[in-house]
Unconditional design. Structure first.
Lengths: 306, 314
């Protein structure tokens, strides 16, 4: 709530600043605005292109008539991609996986960050042990072998456990916890509250925005995760959306129903690829407004405080 | 349990330790899961590094396999593919640094100069977005946009009378495309940290400069840039420290068989030859070589960054 009010306040301040400045706008200001418009176009054009292609008829795509606006508007590509059993199952699987992963990761992050706020005996050692993994990791092959030894290959748990705690996110949360005044903790301790109660009643309620940011980071990370699935998963039942998408884009797999219906010409399958890309992109676009609201604060804390 | 042995040693410190434990044991219980995570998924795989020095046999397992000494390192250093992937890793990272490092600084300064507040917000929203899309999505969009015959850019070129360009099939152009796509995806995100640094500059400095008659460029040169100098230096040093580390998704999703000479990097080489080609010991040796060099670079970079009066990465 507090952040919302602060942003509002900042906006009002910026607005008055703007009014003050617009009274003496220079040509430079317009040049800069023009550059910004150019940037926005460069960033939006690829999206418009892929949306247009996903909504155009195969015929229009074959004849190269599609640029940034749908030609012969049709939802066929979306219908075909979504009615492909393997693809829609992958979408549902990834959604469930992302939800589980986010919960597990948040629990682990809080469990790791909170105790290290206290001056624990052995805390330094634990901290060192955690930081060390940021510098040195075993590497792809030893990790792959461990998954094999633990019988995690082709097990959906391999997409959850090995990366369920990010040191970077843990540091962000911990430095946020550090900034909560000790006096709050001490007064709670005087009232007889133990560490768990203090966490639940003092620290977590005060950390809403940063928790939201981290949860979204984890969720986006899992939704976008590709290489772990590529290396550890061969069972088609457990293929997350990015792996599926990669196979479709690179023609390793086609949309079944569509190829039966004659969508086999290269240019026609382009529409299906575009629609597949959109299926993977839209969830990110949906959470993006929330993501954007909080991540800047999260990133700056992580960078400045560390 | 450990408090019991302490009791026998000295009753006084034991009671102190006992009360310490009574107060803090829930915190230690909380740490059990995270510590288990780090031990199992970060430290346990390190024991498998030993396979770089063994003739790994799938049926014998890592520990039962025969010792091979430095055979795999010698083999790796004698293989052309390894050197190609090492060279490409350094080349792509260097080009990324050359173009991708100054760009966010310029963008941050540009955004800072925008007087129309809402306009600035919209631009920021748009340029931060690609950071949250996966490289698979970006490559999917790039393939469609840049396709030789059906891509909209080539359609445009053909209309202008030029011949279509193979952005991802030609080696030199592939490198350019790789760098430009990386720039497009991350420049906004990387600008955030500079924007934060700029917002920390005292506004009185700008006012003073204005009174002295400084124009826009002089203010940028004499106030903004000095204000973010330490951020720039630290990030530059840290980026140099990462010159040998390379992500997997980006080169892998953009690669194709006709450009492997420039596109095969260490991470994709290890995957291709190791996990797909089952040459575990060889690629474990390559991976170990990379990790060790990376650590040395990173520690050096961190030490240098600290020398500049900054805190390093943490």
């Amino acid at each position: 709530m507090n952040t919302a009010r602060n942003t509002q306040l900042a906006e009002i301040l910026m607005e008055t600043e703007r009014r003050r400045r617009t009274s003496r706008l220079k040509t430079g200001d317009y040049v800069i605005a023009a550059i910004c418009v150019f940037l926005i176009i460069i960033y939006l054009a690829p999206f418009l292109n892929i949306i247009a292609r996903s909504l155009s008829s195969p015929n229009a795509l074959v004849n190269n008539r599609v640029a940034f606006w749908p030609v012969d508007f049709t939802l066929d590509s979306y219908v075909y991609v979504f009615s492909d059993a393997a693809f829609s199952r992958s979408l549902v699987f990834t959604a469930i996986l992302t939800a589980i992963c986010t919960c597990v990761s948040m629990t682990m992050t809080i469990l790791a960050a909170y105790p290290l706020v206290y001056d624990l005996k052995g805390g330094k050692f634990i901290n060192l042990m955690i930081i060390f993994t940021m510098y040195f990791s075993a590497g792809t092959i030893p990790n792959y072998l461990l998954m094999k030894q633990l019988n995690l290959l082709d097990n959906p748990l391999v997409l959850i456990l090995p990366n369920c705690l990010s040191v970077f996110n843990m540091i962000i949360l911990r430095s946020f916890f550090f900034n909560i005044p000790d006096s709050l903790r001490e007064s709670a301790e005087l009232d007889g509250a133990g560490p768990v109660r203090i966490l639940m009643n003092v620290y977590l309620p005060l950390s809403g925005p940063v928790l939201a940011t981290l949860a979204l980071f984890y969720a986006v990370g899992r939704w976008n995760g590709f290489s772990d699935a590529l290396m550890y998963i061969t069972n088609i039942k457990y293929q997350p959306i990015q792996l599926k998408l990669w196979q479709i884009i690179n023609n390793r797999q086609s949309i079944e129903i569509a190829s039966q219906e004659g969508f086999t010409t290269p240019a026609a399958s382009e529409g299906l690829k575009a629609a597949s890309v959109m299926f993977a992109t839209v969830p990110i676009l949906v959470v993006y407004p929330w993501l954007q609201r909080y991540f800047i604060a999260g990133v700056t804390i992580g960078a400045v405080k560390g | 349990m450990s408090s019991k042995s302490a009791v026998q040693q000295s009753p006084r410190s034991a009671s102190k330790f006992g009360s310490y434990l009574r107060r803090t044991w829930p915190l230690y219980v909380m740490l059990v899961l995270p510590i288990a995570f780090f031990v199992i998924f970060r430290y346990l795989p390190m024991t498998n590094i030993v396979m770089a020095f063994k003739d790994y046999n799938m049926f014998k397992g890592v520990w039962q396999s025969d010792w091979a000494g430095f055979k795999w390192f010698e083999k790796a250093f004698a293989s052309k593919d390894f050197w190609t992937s090492l060279r490409n890793t350094i080349m792509l990272n260097f080009l990324d640094l050359l173009i991708g490092f100054p760009a966010p600084i310029i963008l941050a300064i540009l955004l800072n100069e925008v007087v129309f507040y809402r306009f600035k917000r919209v631009t920021q929203t748009v340029v931060y977005l690609p950071h949250f899309l996966s490289w698979i999505i970006i490559s999917g969009m790039a393939f469609q946009l840049l396709a030789p015959s059906s891509g909209v850019i080539n359609q445009f070129l053909v209309k202008l009378g030029a011949s279509p360009v193979e952005f991802l099939g030609d080696k030199k152009l592939w490198v350019c495309t790789y760098v430009v796509l990386g720039l497009w995806k991350e420049v906004g995100w990387n600008a955030i940290i500079y924007l934060a640094a700029i917002s920390g500059i005292n506004t009185e400095l700008y006012e003073a400069a204005e009174i002295d008659g400084a124009g826009r460029f002089r203010k940028i040169w004499h106030v903004t840039l000095p204000g973010i100098r330490s951020t720039i230096i630290v990030l530059l040093v840290m980026n140099l420290g990462r010159i040998l580390g390379i992500e997997f998704d980006r080169p892998y999703s953009l690669q194709n068989t006709s450009v492997m000479d420039v596109a095969d990097v260490i991470s994709t080489y290890v995957y291709r030859v190791g996990i797909r080609g089952l040459q575990f010991s060889l690629t474990a040796a390559v991976g170990l070589f990379q990790s060790v060099v990376c650590v040395i670079f990173l520690l050096t970079a961190n030490a240098i960054a600290k020398k500049f009066g900054e805190r390093g990465i943490w």
